[in-house]
Ligand binder design. Sequence first.
Ligand code: LLP
Length: 424
Amino acid sequence: MPDIRSQYTDQYMFYGKHTPQELAARYDTPLYVYNEDLLRTRCRDLVRLSDHAGYGVNYSVKANSNPALLAIMREEGLVVDAMSPGEIRMNQLAGFTAQKILYISNNISLAEMQNALDHGLLVSVDSLSQLESLASLHPGGRVMVRFNPGIGAGHHSKVITAGKDTKFGIMPEDLPQVLALLQKNTMTLAGINQHIGSLFMEPDGYLAAMEVLLRLAEDLPQEVFRHLEIIDFGGGFGIPYRKYDKQPRLDMADLGRRLHALITSWAAKTLYKGRFLVEPGRYAVAECGILLGRVHAVKNTAEKRYVGTDLGFNVLQRPVMYDSFHDVEIYGPAHAPRTPMPQTIVGNICESGDILAKERLLPTLHTGDILGVLDAGAYGFSMSSNYNQRLRPAEVLVQSDGTPRLIRRRESLDDMTRCFDGLL
Ligand code: LLP
């Protein structure tokens, strides 16, 4: 029997040898399902942006840090960042060695800095005060410095990370103080980095910010420039969330041509022999992940039709946090009455803001339907929580041969009470 709204995943055979209903029955819901082939495809899009010898992709693991997915990205030739001890641990579980992990920090303690150094990681600091802290722990060592290129981008004010109004990065005009601190502590500037924000669909701002960072590199004194090994331009590569409206993709061919031309000509001009990195998170993982949930209740009020599910903001925060749009597929028998009507899909959390989709025009939903929230692979599971003391969901990978593999089990009540062991 055909599903009611599944054309997008049908074209990719997203669920492999099983139906989403079967996966939901076998692993229960809410359930994150990932597709290995799609993950590899998106990694390859990024790797192919340039074939310059120094070009590489530094995946930002905050978007999704499941070690099984990270291991696939390692196979695809990506390196990774980390910004917490937990992310270091996940990267190690996936087989990344210290040389393949950059610690992109923000406002961390001396103990956390020391932990990153003990792991042998190159640490990026993003304020003069953190540079002083690192110098106190690591005089004579190597460091990376994050700059604010003055150009920001993003889908929401909460995810714009450069420009005037942000806590991130050192302003280029403070370069003299950076250089003085480095000299005083005989430290080597091994890298410079930036990140302008999350989700651009037009590459102009990103390319302009790249040029700002490259100019800054050129402004470095020759003896400092000589030691520079890494120029990391940050992430932000967007994906089209409006799949059923056929939203166009970011033009990666155009971006690749322009990015490649820029780094190639600049390296030829400056004789730079180091690496150029991009640092995307979302682009690699968003589209390979779908969140499955179940409709448990429907309610018609004078104003609205509410569809009650197990997809609260404890499992997917983005709609509540940023008003983000995620398309929804519907897996259920087509024979039920399915006249399209505006419906508001809500979760099971005790807050009236617990809304996944507002007044969405969709075929009528019924109790028992399985829903698939598209593009949930990035900032989905990684931002999930135990709010209302709900258990974090399981994660399943549909492998290239079409078979599902459990890559994180559902949490248990014992997992939740473990931190109280011996205390109560
Ligand atoms: N590098 C740094 C230093 C970052 O802070 C981030 C994201 C990235 C790279 C990767 O950015 P991406 O390529 O994924 O846009 N939770 C929000 C996004 C927050 C991004 C935080 N930083 C969301 O769900 O849209």
